[in-house]
Design a protein around this ligand. Structure first.
Ligand code: ADQ
Length: 465
């Protein structure tokens, strides 16, 4: 078995506990542990003239952490990756700030990463790059002579060609993708979007098996919908029953229904729309006043980007307005918390929530939707309200699917969910849980690595006629 090398911006340190590191980090660490491997990423530090990476070992995994030049790191992370690519891939054209200097800084970081990773590689290694921070990495490794297999997984949506074309560097970015052997996207919709761009704008060709030809390169583009560690969530949710935290939560609700949202504080997550829809529920269906409490957990994120600071202010105003208008002396409609919780606490909150509100404007997959399903009590499950624009909506067809731009429609769905009879809740939950249990994070990891190990020539000789 080839040694696995994972590259990601953030590396979960060996001591970070599962509850803190998150499902993806834990699954990657497991995959590395099983076959032995290297995890390469940013150290979280900046320094002019950065030294070679800090390399250390823990069990079967070697970690290599690279420090970056401060200006490169800014241009790369807050500049191009989160100032241009993130809004682009989430269809937020108005939020894009594109600067050539950032694009150059973004590329320099991949170049720098490639130069410091190359001496740590052996020719038989399989390299798996994660996310939009490092799209040019394969091209840079190829320039340095690495001929082994390289895969890329894009955790966020791939935009349709009309949207993608607004990015000045679109052609170079897709050219960069062609240096991978396998490009993984979350959904079939994302795959279609990228293939359409390649055939209609980049003069590439497409053949069965996800094979793509672009200039002299041949590679594959396939969808790999990411999952969660379902068993761990089921376990944590069950274990929470009767514990101190759960009792405190129950007591605080005083018999009221709970509607929960858990999202990073990010404009792609549709938080203002969700707040507005909750306000509309209380306005249009007054019977729910004093009967339902919404809890929105939203740890702040990327505060170095102006859009995120503005969103935080907007939510404070909206949340305050809802509470000001509807609160009673013994009931606060909206609990808004800007902090992170351990997985066990989240699982307890999910399990006690009659509604799970996952209403992003765009989302690659959305793991919270799957976590909410896994944490439910099968005998009395809650209802998932899910945006059609989350990748998870393809699989979780038992959810109440909503359009987050339709505030009244969402309020209506919240009302339907709160009134849904037990039998229907069970049926819908079962359909969702079947998907969550069969397509877990472990299967996702295995599938990607298995496809990456298959040579592209095995599939076809050339374009579809
Ligand atoms: P994110 O945009 O971060 O991920 P998501 O898939 O929902 O979105 O994952 C967030 C994770 O963070 C979840 O596991 C959740 O439990 C955790 N989390 C959120 N708030 C928390 C809190 N307050 N305390 C503790 N944990 C919290 C990106 C893409 C998604 C894609 C994932 C994985 O944007 O579309 O699903 O990568 O590919």
């Amino acid at each position: 078995m080839a040694r696995l090398v994972i590259v990601s911006n953030r590396v979960a340190s060996p001591k970070e506990r599962a509850a803190k590191a998150g499902g993806l980090a834990v699954a990657l660490r497991e995959a590395l542990g099983q076959r032995g491997g290297l995890w390469f990423g940013w150290s979280g530090e900046t320094q002019t003239d950065p030294p070679p990476p800090k390399v250390f070992r823990s069990g079967r995994v070697t970690y290599a952490l690279q420090t970056l030049d401060p200006e490169d790191q800014r241009a790369h992370y807050a500049g191009y990756a989160n100032g241009a690519l993130w809004p682009l891939c989430h269809y937020r054209l108005g939020a894009i700030s594109y600067r050539r200097a950032d694009w150059l800084g973004y590329r320099r970081v991949s170049e720098h990463f490639a130069r410091s990773l190359m001496p740590l590689l052996t020719p038989d290694d399989t390299v798996w790059v994660h996310d939009y921070h490092f799209i040019p990495l394969a091209a840079e490794l190829r320039k340095l002579g690495f001929e082994g297999r390289i895969g890329y997984f894009h955790h966020i949506p791939w935009p349709t060609p009309e949207v993608f074309l607004t990015l000045p560097s679109h052609a170079a970015l897709v050219q960069d993708l062609s240096h991978y052997d396998l490009v993984g996207l979350q959904t079939e919709h994302d795959v279609r979007a990228l293939l359409t761009y390649i055939s209609s704008e980049a003069h590439g060709w497409i053949a069965p098996g996800g094979v793509v030809g672009l200039r002299e390169r041949r590679f594959r583009i396939l969808s790999f919908p990411i999952g969660i560690d379902a068993a761990a969530f089921v376990h944590d949710a069950k274990a929470s029953v009767g514990r101190d935290e759960e009792r405190r939560l129950e007591a605080s609700l005083a018999g009221r229904a709970l509607a929960v949202g858990v999202d990073r504080l990010d404009y792609s997550k549709g938080l203002p729309n969700k707040f507005a829809a909750f306000g509309e529920l209380l306005n249009a269906y007054p019977e729910h006043r004093s009967k339902v409490t919404m809890m929105q957990i939203a740890p702040v994120s990327r505060e170095e980007v102006a859009e995120y600071r503005a969103l935080r202010r907007e939510l404070e105003e909206l949340g305050g307005a809802i509470n000001g208008e509807y609160a009673e002396f013994d009931w606060v409609p909206l609990r808004y918390l800007n902090k992170a919780f351990p997985r066990a606490t989240l699982a307890a909150i999910y399990r006690n929530a009659r509604l799970g509100l996952v209403t992003p404007l765009r989302d690659g997959m959305n793991l919270v939707a799957k976590e909410y399903v896994a944490a439910q009590n099968p005998k009395d499950p809650g209802v998932l309200v899910l945006s059609r624009f989350a990748g998870a909506a393809d699989e979780l067809t038992g959810a109440l699917i909503v359009n987050p731009y339709d505030i009244e429609g969402m309020a209506e769905a919240f009302n339907v969910g709160l009134r849904m009879p037990l039998e229907e809740r069970k049926e819908r939950w079962r359909a969702n849980m079947d998907k969550v249990e069969t397509n877990t994070i472990h299967e996702w990891c295995e599938n990607f690595i298995a496809e990456l190990s298959r040579p592209v020539d095995q599939f076809t000789a050339g374009p579809e006629s």
